[in-house]
Write a protein that binds this ligand. Structure first.
Ligand SMILES: Cc1ncc(COP(=O)(O)O)c(C=O)c1O
Length: 426
C-alpha cells in the first residue's frame, strides 16, 4: 500500500529550533549496542540503576502506604503543607538555611522548578549568563526565549566560574545560573570563590534603579548532600545573607536519595517570586504526585533514618568515584595520556582522554574527539559523555563519567579495559 509522505506542519519558532537532550541521544545509541549483546559499561546517563542504587527502604514503604491510603487526588499547587514543612526543617537542620514553608515550592522533580524560575524572571531577549560545561542551561534559555551567554571555565579552576570570568558580563544581565556540586564535573564552588561572585551580584543590584529588574541567581544544589572528603557545600545565602532577595534555589529528592523516578523536587527563594512560579506551574500541572509528596514528608521527618541513608548513599558513590579516580591517576603516572580531576561531589568524575593523533591497533588514526569517543566505546567498552554535550568546544578532551549505574566490582574491570585499550595505541 502506498503511504502518503509525512506532511511538515509549521510549529512555533521556539519549538522548531529546540534541540533535544544530547545526552539522551548518546545514551540511546549505547542502549542499542547493549541490546545487540555487546558488552558496554554505560556511564553516560546522570541516573541510578535501581538494582545498584535502590531508593531508601523507608521511603519506598511510605510511598506504597500513601497509595494504599488513597492519596491519589490533586495536591495543592504549591505542594502539600506537611512536605513544605518537612523540607523547611530539613534545610534548617542540615544546611542551616531558614526558609519557611511559604518560601518553598514543590514540583514534579527539579526540572519544572528550573523552568518556572526562567519563566518568572526572564523576558524575551534578556541575557542569561551561565558557565560551561553545565547542564541544560542552553535549553531553559531557549524555552524562555532569553539570550544565553555561555562562559568557558578552565580545568585548573575545576571547571568552576570565577568572579574574574563573570565580572565583565553581569551589567544588564537578568539571570546568572550556577550549580554546585556541578553536573557534569563533580566539582564544587568553594566558599571564597562563591562569596566573590555574590559580591558582584550585590554590587550590580546596588547599581540598578529601584524600578529595574534585579540580577537574580539560580543556585542549583540538587547534588548538595553528596559531597566527599573535606568538601563542604557552600551556598550564596549563608555566605552573603543579602543574597536572599536575589537567589532561587533548585533542590529535591532525585539525587540525594537515588529517587530520580519518584519526581519530588523543590525550589525556594523570595516568597513573592515563589508565588509567581507556583502560578506558572499550576497551569503546567507539574505537581509531584500526591502520594509521593505525603511519603516524602513522612520520610524527611525521620531525621536519624534520613541521615543514615544519606551517609550510606555518599559512601557508596564516593567509593566508586575514588576507585576510578585512583585508577586513572595511576594511568597518568604510568605515562598514559589521561588526566583526572579529584571528585568533590555529585555522581560524576571528570577525565580527559586526549588521544587525538594516536593510531589504533587496526591502523586507524584518531583525528577528532568524536573518533576518540567511538574508540573508547568500541575498544574500552566504555560509554561516556564528552563535555561538548555540556557546551564545551568540540575539541575539548574532557568527559563526564557517571557512576550511578556502576557496581563496586565493575570499577576494576572498567579501569582494566581502558588501560588495555590505551596500551594498543601508537
Ligand atoms: C544539575 C541538575 N539539576 C537538576 C536536575 C533535574 O533533576 P530532576 O530529575 O529532579 O528533575 C538534574 C538532573 O540530572 C541535574 O543534573
Amino acid at each position: 500500500m502506498e503511504t502518503m509522505p509525512a506532511k511538515t506542519l509549521k510549529v512555533s519558532k521556539m519549538a522548531e529550533t529546540l534541540i533535544g537532550s544530547e545526552i539522551i541521544k548518546l545514551a540511546g545509541e549505547v542502549k542499542a549496542r547493549m541490546a545487540r549483546g555487546e558488552e558496554v559499561y554505560n556511564l553516560t546517563i546522570g541516573d541510578f540503576d535501581p538494582k545498584v542504587f535502590p531508593i531508601p527502604e523507608g521511603l519506598l514503604n511510605d510511598i506504597v502506604q500513601a497509595y494504599r491510603n488513597g492519596e491519589t487526588n490533586y495536591p495543592p499547587a504549591n505542594g502539600m503543607a506537611p512536605l513544605r514543612e518537612a523540607v523547611s526543617a530539613f534545610l534548617l537542620r542540615r544546611q542551616g538555611l531558614a526558609y519557611d514553608p511559604e518560601s518553598i515550592l514543590i514540583s514534579g522533580g527539579a526540572r519544572p522548578i528550573i523552568y518556572a524560575i526562567y519563566s518568572t524572571l526572564v523576558d524575551a531577549g534578556d541575557r542569561i549568563v551561565y558557565p560551561v560545561p553545565s547542564w541544560n542551561n542552553n535549553h531553559y534559555t531557549h524555552l524562555s526565549q532569553g539570550r544565553g551567554l555561555a562562559l568557558q571555565t578552565r580545568p585548573e579552576d575545576g571547571f568552576m566560574p570565577t568572579a574574574a570570568l563573570l565580572e565583565p558580563h553581569l551589567k544588564g544581565t537578568s539571570l546568572l545560573a550556577l550549580c554546585s556540586p556541578l553536573n557534569p564535573t563533580g566539582t564544587t564552588l568553594k566558599p571564597q570563590a562563591l562569596a566573590e561572585i555574590c559580591d558582584l551580584v550585590l554590587a550590580e543590584n546596588a547599581r540598578r534603579g529601584p524600578d529595574e529588574k534585579p540580577l537574580y541567581m539560580i543556585y542549583d544544589q540538587i547534588y548538595w548532600t553528596l559531597t566527599f572528603g573535606q568538601t563542604e557545600h557552600a551556598d550564596p545565602v549563608t555566605l552573603r545573607p543579602e543574597m536572599r532577595d536575589y537567589t532561587l534555589f533548585v533542590d529535591g529528592m532525585s539525587k540525594a536519595f537515588a529517587a530520580t523516578g519518584v519526581r519530588v523536587g523543590w525550589g525556594f527563594g523570595p516568597p513573592a517570586i515563589i508565588a509567581k512560579m507556583r502560578a506558572i506551574l499550576s497551569h503546567v500541572g507539574a505537581w509531584a504526585p500526591k502520594a509521593e509528596q505525603v511519603a516524602s514528608a513522612h520520610y524527611l521527618n525521620r531525621n536519624q533514618e534520613v541521615d543514615r541513608d544519606i551517609d550510606a548513599m555518599k559512601a557508596e558513590v564516593e567509593a566508586r568515584l575514588v576507585g576510578l579516580y585512583e585508577g586513572f591517576n595511576n594511568m597518568t603516572a604510568a605515562g598514559f595520556p589521561v588526566r583526572v580531576i579529584a571528585p568533590e561531589g555529585a555522581i560524576y568524575l571528570t577525565v580527559s582522554f586526549d588521544l587525538r593523533g594516536k593510531t589504533t591497533a587496526s591502523g586507524k588514526v584518531l583525528e577528532t574527539m568524536g573518533d576518540v569517543t567511538q574508540f573508547l566505546l568500541e575498544e574500552a567498552k566504555l560509554a561516556i559523555v564528552p563535555f561538548t554535550a555540556f557546551g564545551s568546544p568540540s575539541d575539548s578532551p574532557w568527559y563526564r563519567l557517571s557512576v550511578g549505574t556502576v557496581r563496586h566490582e565493575e570499577v576494576g574491570k572498567i579501569l582494566a579495559h581502558v588501560e588495555k585499550a590505551l596500551a594498543q595505541l601508537r
